[in-house]
Design a protein around this ligand. Structure first.
Ligand SMILES: [Zn+2]
Length: 293
């Protein structure tokens, strides 16, 4: 029976990921993969491999394939815009955090299940809810937060701008992914990014980001809905605990030697293209013309 289940999973993987991947592995896919490679070189990426990237016809966001951590599925038209590409680094970080021999160096104590369990239980208080929260942190939260820290550390403000862009029109407490329980709510992710950015970005731009976030989330303040009851995701992430892990991963980036987003970007650095695109978008949104890679 288990062998049967295993083969069903295998065939689904081939059907959902490998076939679309092969079908879509074209010039655009090679360029996206090359962007990952070039960023990895610039920042001294500590994992030998970075995933291949292929635009998948059905994916709306970037995501790492479920059973193959060497593969990022990208939105079908990913190569036609520079603005969302900082998200690639979040996906590159998943295999780094999940499997790398450096996981412990990056996460510190948060690499240990008992530590995560105890910290979450101690912060959340309620035993039943605490168990659920601890389970959630172990399954998703620690890794997602770590990937956001690493992406903000490497991509700087462009990563925050693209997060704000995704969140336009979302209600407070929700997640753009609408995926039930996988990701922390958008505002928690923003807090993680904003805790990381002062290490790598000018204070003026950090302030600008805060105002932009307030404008996006406060835009329809009259209609802001609270998360539906039973959807307790925001409560799963006490801010103090989130920031504690964020600080640990920032130190982890230093320990493992990932170079931070630099003050001066070199011309051949893909992050320089992201940065320029976002600068143009902000100064003249109506006149902005997106460029392909
Ligand atoms: Zn993720």
């Amino acid at each position: 029976m288990s062998r049967y289940r295993g083969s069903v999973v295998d065939s689904r993987f081939v059907e959902y990921y490998v076939i679309p991947f092969l079908r879509n592995f074209d010039e655009q896919a090679m360029e996206l993969t090359d962007i990952c490679r070039r960023i990895a070189m610039k920042v001294n990426w500590p994992h030998g491999n970075w995933p291949l990237v292929a635009p998948g016809a059905t994916s709306y966001f970037f995501f790492i394939a479920e059973h193959d951590e060497e593969l990022i599925l990208a939105p079908a038209l990913a190569g036609t815009s520079l603005l969302p590409l900082p998200d690639l680094v979040h996906e590159m970080a998943h295999p780094l955090v999940r499997n790398s021999a450096r996981r412990q160096t990056i996460l510190g104590d948060w690499d240990r299940d008992e530590f995560v369990h105890d910290r979450v239980m101690a912060t959340v208080g309620d035993i039943t809810f605490g168990q659920m929260a601890a389970h959630h942190w172990l399954a998703h939260g620690v890794e997602e937060i770590a990937c956001d820290v690493i992406a903000a550390w490497v991509c700087g403000p462009a990563y925050a701008w693209q997060h704000i862009r995704w969140c336009c029109g979302q209600r407070d407490g929700s997640s753009v992914y609408e995926d039930g329980d996988y990701h922390p709510p958008d505002h928690i992710r923003f807090e993680v990014i904003m805790r990381t950015l002062p290490h790598v970005a000018p204070a003026a731009e950090v302030d600008e980001l805060t105002s932009a976030w307030d404008a996006v989330i406060g835009a329809d303040e009259g209609q802001v809905q609270q998360p539906e009851s039973g959807q307790q995701r925001p409560e799963l992430y006490p801010p103090a605990l989130v920031l504690e892990l964020t600080d640990e991963v920032i130190q982890g980036c230093l320990r493992v030697g990932i170079l931070p987003f630099p003050e001066e970007l070199e011309e051949d650095d893909p992050r320089s293209a992201f940065d320029k695109a976002w600068r143009e978008m902000r100064t003249d949104p109506r006149g902005y013309h997106d460029r392909s890679l």
